[in-house]
Design a binder for this molecule. Structure first.
Ligand code: FES
Length: 842
């Protein structure tokens, strides 16, 4: 009987089922755990109906039907395993195997191949096809016809069953055009356009969804058989999106990482940094024992010797000068147990608030940054992006910073008709699908946001009661002036203001440039004004996206010196006390050390010499310390100058958690034992605390409730008032007029990704991205060498001409040890500027 609500009632294999209108027969069957095999179907792709293995028999239908592309209908009666269906499936398999090579013993998909499994299940052990199998042969000497179509992807066309999942996902989900189907019939092949490679940040997903061995990853091929591996649930340790991973390991070696689908976060897609990042822990040059500096060299030592020396030195400084003369920096790519233990050690043992995690930020505030903290404490859900009618992206190259958030934005725009407006200082890939991408003059976002606020008020588009009062306080306070400063036409600003007010649901997303900007508070104030005027707090969500895997955890676990009253109260609640001193942010620690007010630093998992956005200052600061302790997984520019170096375990070597940008805590498990004599950071910290006779925990179970308390959502902050902070144009040195942006390279998130062979195959050296216009002006080509010179440093970089760069801006990439671009930066400058000299044309 059919239901007249939105649900449809039908019968599948004798079972009654009720599903929403628009559900396919395949989905209806799977909802009651009836399995129907598929090849070309994928839960996140539109059905293609090309392979026909999902045949079912539907009563009154004249032929077998493909269940993945047939919608349920009232009173439908479906048979998924009738004799007719089984014969149909068998015929499809026989047809597929007609030309398919029988190379399972040498195929890397063996053991997890859908075609192999179904052939076995349906007992297709013979063929009526008497002719010679058709062979794609590109090279007569190659038995397997392997063709590299991407940095990490090998295609074997003979195994391909033409399900087109790779082509469809590449285009429809990732927005890429570099893979297609060429020719027709038997000779159809999946390939790239001539001269191109599949090199997008999402390329590994194409291999993962291939149902046969037509696409394989170079990292996994011929290394191990799948049945000899064990799987471990993990979480990506790089950006803050928090993709869920499965690690495939045997003994002490990890062989690959694949997606562990979480529809709230990643929907089963991971970026290549997450996919190949597991190779970093596998690096051959891991630090395996502590090192102590003796004379000019660092010599291996036992943990007992190293910890004894650290405890002795720290105790002496604490007794003679106070714990405030020691500074602590920990990486936000470390786990929650380690971040929390670090804060506890400084606050409870050293009685100091000198803890920080923000190695890459300029000019950190000397007090709690209230407006920014308020914005970052707002709830934000990646999955809610697709409910938006309009998405407003501020200051974020989403593909590079948050690849999985980027996919959700793409989905909202391309599949759900949301409009996208992007306000960026540079053209972005995400901006390619925007209704309007406003590329403003670098450093003028604040003025542009004020212009948007003025537009809302002048066009009477706001319900905010204090709008007029706010307008009088804004600076610049005319839309024309905001337009002049930002370089964006008045008409475009007005039409964005109109669009924002016409929709019911908005996601406002701000990214790295806001998070790490000197003007974070100003920009946060301007965003708050916009949200009040446009009613965004009531009709949508605001996400200031944290950067690293556990940056959000570090904020919530109070790994910062200047805390809100609310955070201090929480700390007092769990530890009964809180140090009675102001604490130094990282930036202040470096300055204090230059002034010889700070004696020592304890750095965990951070290569400050390469990360701190002022190479000259950090070098001077660290070299002036009396005693520097650095724990890391491999040798770095920072470990090289340390008095004691401690070998650090990576996230695949112990159980803990990360807190993603949505504030969701996600646990991960150890896949292998700690490498060499390395230890997890929380154990190292606790051992040092034991030297003070004040252990921080007996078992880690004691830390769990403390962490839980600190991670609880904080709703008390969410009341907003408008704020007027004047826009101030930064003075420039006319000799250095070209703005320089420094960010992560697409395949290098964090300084150790150079240790991943796969990621280095995508990109192995730093470069300077410049616009085609500037390239013409300088008469340079790709690969030409340019000297990039700022007021404080210079470096030679090869040129890469990019359509994403606008004439008056250049972009360089951090995380390449041979090219420390932070030597070009000055901590006090909001915008770094350089001059360019051609060293070697091509
Ligand atoms: Fe239905 Fe391929 S899975 S036609």
């Amino acid at each position: 009987m059919s239901d007249d609500s939105n649900n449809i009632n039908l019968t599948i294999d004798g079972q009654q089922v009720s599903v929403p209108r628009g559900t396919t027969v395949l989905e209806a069957a799977r909802s009651i755990r009836i399995d129907i095999p598929t090849f070309c179907w994928h839960p996140k792709l539109k059905p293609a109906g090309s392979c026909r293995i999902c045949y079912v028999e539907i009563e009154k239908a004249r032929t077998l039907m493909v269940s993945c592309a047939t919608d349920v209908a009232p009173d439908m009666v479906v048979h998924t395993a009738s004799e007719k269906v089984l014969q149909g499936r068998k015929a499809v398999l026989e047809f597929m195997l007609m030309n398919h090579p029988l190379d399972c013993p040498t195929c890397d998909k063996g053991g997890e191949c859908d075609l192999q499994n179904l052939t076995f299940k349906h007992g297709v052990d013979d063929s009526r096809f008497d002719f010679k199998k058709y062979r794609h042969i590109r090279d007569k000497n190659s038995t397997f016809d392997d063709l590299r179509i991407g940095s990490e992807i090998i295609r074997n066309q003979n195994r391909c069953i033409l399900c087109y999942k790779c082509v469809r996902a590449n285009k429809d989900i990732f927005g890429e055009q570099d893979l297609g189907a060429y020719q027709r019939g038997n000779i159809t092949e999946i390939n790239t356009p001539p001269g191109e490679q599949v090199d997008s940040l999402y390329s590994g997903n194409l291999v993962e969804i291939c149902p046969v061995g037509a696409l394989t990853n170079t990292d996994w091929r011929y290394k191990i058989r799948v049945w000899n591996t064990q799987t471990v649930d993990s979480v990506c340790s790089y950006c803050a999106d928090g993709c869920n991973l499965t690690l495939w390991k045997d003994k002490q070696k990890i062989y690959r990482a694949t997606s562990r689908r979480n529809d709230n976060i990643d929907e089963g897609w991971i970026c290549d940094v997450g996919r190949y990042g597991y190779q970093v822990p596998m690096a051959e040059d891991r630090l395996t024992t502590p090192l102590i500096k003796k004379g000019d060299s660092q010599v291996p030592a036992t943990w007992e010797e190293a910890l004894g020396l650290i405890s002795e030195k720290f105790k002496k400084i604490k007794d003679e000068r106070g714990g405030v003369c020691i500074g602590g920096l920990i990486s936000p790519n470390l786990d929650s147990l380690s971040l929390h233990t670090f804060s506890k050690f400084f606050r409870m043992v050293l009685n100091s608030n000198n803890v920080d995690f923000r190695a890459g930020y300029k000019m950190l505030p000397e007090k709690a940054d209230d407006l920014y903290s308020k914005l970052t404490s707002l709830p934000f859900k990646i999955s809610d992006i697709e409910k938006s009618d309009l998405i407003l992206v501020l200051d974020s190259d989403l593909t590079k910073e948050h690849p999985i958030v980027n996919l959700r934005v793409r989905k909202a725009v391309t599949q759900k008709n949301a409009s996208l407006f992007a306000l960026n200082p540079i053209t972005t890939q995400t901006g390619g699908i925007a209704t309007d991408e406003m590329v403003y003059n670098i450093g003028t976002l604040h003025a542009l946001l004020n212009g948007l606020c003025i537009s809302l008020i002048d066009q009477n588009l706001t319900q905010y009661e204090n709008a007029r009062d706010l307008k009088n306080k804004l600076s610049p306070n005319t839309i024309e002036e905001a337009s002049r400063i930002s370089g964006i036409d008045v008409a475009r600003i007005n039409s964005l203001a109109k669009a924002i007010t016409e929709v019911k649901n908005i996601s406002l997303i701000a990214g790295e440039l806001l998070t790490s900007s000197i003007n974070r508070e100003q920009l946060s104030g301007a965003i708050i004004n916009l949200c009040l005027l446009a009613g965004i707090f009531d009709k949508g969500q605001v996400g200031v996206l944290s950067q690293a895997a556990n940056s959000k955890g570090a904020e919530k676990l109070a790994v910062m010196p200047h805390l809100s009253e609310r955070s201090i109260l929480k700390i007092k609640q769990i530890w009964d006390k809180y140090p009675d001193n102001d604490g130094l942010a990282l930036d202040q620690m470096i300055r204090s050390s230059i002034k010889e007010e700070l004696d020592s630093m304890f750095i965990i998992g951070s290569n400050l010499m390469l990360e701190y956005p002022d190479g000259a200052v950090v070098k001077e600061g660290l070299e002036k310390l009396d005693f520097l302790v650095v724990a890391d997984i491999c040798e770095t520019e920072t470990t090289q100058i340390a008095d004691v170096v401690l070998p650090l375990s990576t996230w695949v070597e112990y159980d803990s958690s990360f807190v993603n940008l949505e504030s969701v805590e996600q646990k991960f498990k150890a896949a292998i034992k700690p490498v060499g004599f390395s230890l997890p950071a929380y154990q190292i910290i606790n051992k040092i605390a034991q030297g003070f006779k004040t252990p921080l925990f007996e078992t880690i179970d004691e830390l769990i409730p403390e962490i839980k308390t600190l991670l609880q959502p904080d709703d008390s902050q969410n009341s907003f008032e408008n704020c007027a902070i004047e826009y101030i144009e930064e003075k420039q040195n006319p000799e250095f007029e070209i703005p320089l942006l420094i960010t992560n390279e697409l395949h290098h998130f964090g300084y150790f990704t150079e240790k991943s062979n796969s990621l280095s195959n995508f990109c192995s050296e730093a470069f300077l991205e410049i616009s085609p216009g500037l390239a013409e002006k300088l008469d340079v080509k790709n690969g030409s060498i340019i000297r990039v010179e700022s007021e404080v440093g210079k470096i030679n970089l090869p040129v890469k001409i990019s359509e994403y760069i606008d004439n008056d801006v250049v972009r360089a990439y951090r995380n390449f040890s041979a090219s420390p671009v932070n030597i070009l930066q000055m901590r006090k400058r909001n915008i770094d500027r350089v001059k360019l000299t051609v060293v070697e044309g091509t």
